[in-house]
Design a protein around this ligand. Structure first.
Ligand code: GUN
Ligand code: ZN
Length: 441
């Protein structure tokens, strides 16, 4: 049995602060101790109380001027789009054809998929993201490449082969089997291996035939553990096109609803131009929306109405949506989420921000009993945030008087530079200053 203990400020969010109130939801220890045993959280509490209970041979790592939180959870990201971040000048449909599809076609080459997967996973860890729901490409080998790397890191990750069979280049379209055989083989190969899970991944309604959506539904019914990821109502031209392709559907969401894809295992990216009624149907189904603010602004897609989603009871978490998104950092994503909220008269409070980036994401992905918080018993995926990572952050942090202010400064000024360490199931998976240990006491 391996036991390790970490002393730092420690914070986690145990419920939605908007529902139960911040006092109940947020647990914070100014001088805390996190005890990890065999990859799981064994104890969490104040240093003075817990230290006495530890056996003498347990070594305590002390961090100075740091905050330990659960690792971030990114509920929507495309690993094959790392190389098209910052592609100039287009909105969604042209961006897909000009940049995205050519970049994804390159993943027919397993060597390219492998090297891209390695870079991608390292970048997640460098940014403090410990779990993600990830689009691969249409190629089964792209999923193999990503899962191979994630398994070697013992990362809790969900991905799936993209399903598409129309309105895309031929080489990216599934053949006569409509991707069914490939998906079944991938599910057999990967689901439940290590900490991996599989997501049925129809790209979006416009790139799937009715037959393919039916097949996606059959896949979802074949195994209750599978998740579903797709895009919904992102761009006005896309919504119009979807209406032309599926005139029988009441709206965009109804296309998925008709094929049994509106479920409590479904994550819909974007949801920018939804009616109240659609938000309510998402809430009733127990499905989730991945709010991807940097992508929504970059592609000029629109402003997500978090207040309206909240009122309808629709569950929302966060996605970076690389490569339409412009950062891997969930902290940078949170500050753009805040600004989008401001434009809609909604002030996203920092406790809710941390909830969205941790437990809220875990809930979207069906992982809340495993990650996203630091309750004893769950898996020890956590990060060490350096509260003095830059002169400006240190100066501004010094001037804060409350925990709320401190967290807000982190979301407005923080990025990969503040992520000192990332731990996966208790093992150190990323160290910013390897060899330097600037924050070790
Ligand atoms: N809609 C369909 N495919 C995509 C994609 O790759 N990125 C984004 N942002 N929207 C999509
Ligand atoms: Zn996307």
């Amino acid at each position: 049995m391996t036991v390790a203990a970490y002393r730092s400020q420690i914070l986690h969010v145990r419920a939605d602060p908007r529902v139960v109130g911040a006092d109940e939801a947020v647990q914070y220890f100014e001088d805390g101790l996190l005890v990890v045993e065999d990859g799981h959280i064994a104890q969490l509490g104040s240093f003075s109380k817990l230290e006495k209970t530890l056996s003498k041979d347990v070594s305590i790592t002390t961090f100075e001027n740091t905050l330990i939180t659960p690792g971030f959870i990114d509920t929507h990201i495309h690993f094959p789009q790392t190389d098209i971040i910052a592609a100039y000048g287009e909105q969604l449909m042209d961006w897909l054809h000009s940049y995205t599809f050519p970049a994804e076609a390159a993943f027919a080459d397993p060597a390219h998929a492998k090297s891209s997967a390695r870079f991608f996973v390292d970048e997640l860890l460098r940014n403090g993201t410990t779990s993600a729901m990830v689009f691969a490409t249409v190629h089964a080998t792209s999923v193999d490449a990503l899962f191979d790397v994630a398994l070697a890191k013992n990362m809790r990750l969900i991905s799936g082969k993209v399903l598409m069979d129309r309105n895309a280049p031929k080489e990216l379209c599934d053949g006569a089997d409509h991707g069914y055989e490939d998906s079944i083989a991938l599910i057999k190969r990967w689901r439940g291996k290590g900490r991996l899970n599989y997501a049925v991944t129809p790209r979006f309604a416009p790139s799937s035939s009715r037959e393919q959506l039916e097949m996606a539904s059959a896949l979802m019914l074949s195994d209750p553990e599978l998740r579903l990821q797709t895009h919904l109502s992102e761009n006005i031209a896309e919504i119009k096109f979807t209406g032309e392709l599926f005139p029988e559907a009441r709206d965009y969401l109804d296309v998925y609803g008709r094929y049994g894809l509106l479920t409590d295992r479904s994550v819909f990216a974007h949801g920018l131009h939804l009616t109240d009624d659609a938000f309510e149907r998402i809430a009733q189904a127990g499905a989730s929306i991945a709010f991807c603010p940097t992508s929504n602004l970059f592609l000029g897609s629109g402003l997500f109405d978090i207040g309206r989603a909240e009122k309808a009871g629709a569950h929302v978490a966060l996605g970076t949506d690389i490569g339409a998104g412009t950062t891997f950092s969930m902290l940078q994503t949170l500050r753009v989420a805040y600004k989008v909220g401001q434009l809609g008269g909604y002030s996203l409070d920092p406790f809710t921000s941390f909830y969205l980036a941790t437990l809220g994401g875990a809930q979207s992905l069906g992982l809340a009993d495993k990650v996203g918080h630091l309750t004893p018993g769950v898996e020890a995926d956590f990060i060490v945030i350096d509260l003095a990572a830059t002169p400006l952050i240190a100066r501004r942090m010094n001037a804060t008087k409350t925990l709320l202010e401190k967290l807000f400064v982190l979301t407005v000024l923080g990025d990969d530079r503040v992520i000192a360490r990332t731990y996966l199931a208790g093992a150190l998976a990323h160290e910013r200053d390897s060899g330097r240990n600037v924050n070790l006491g």
